[in-house]
Design a binder for this molecule. Sequence first.
Ligand SMILES: [Zn+2]
Length: 68
Amino acid sequence: MPRDPVCGMNVNEDRAAGRSEYRGRSYYFCSDRCKMEFDRTPDRYATPGETERRDDRTGRSGRTGDSS
Ligand SMILES: [Zn+2]
């Protein structure tokens, strides 16, 4: 079952309120609001792929230890 990348809940494809494609992947959303949020900043939510590793060639890590 696909997961809503915005809020993290599982979304049934048949019941998804919205769907977006980004970089060749499909994302399903529980509500229009989540879809809008995703469409606004897809980079923030899109995952590069479960099997893809992030080897850090750019020298920039997404984890800088920011604690809010
Ligand atoms: Zn959602």
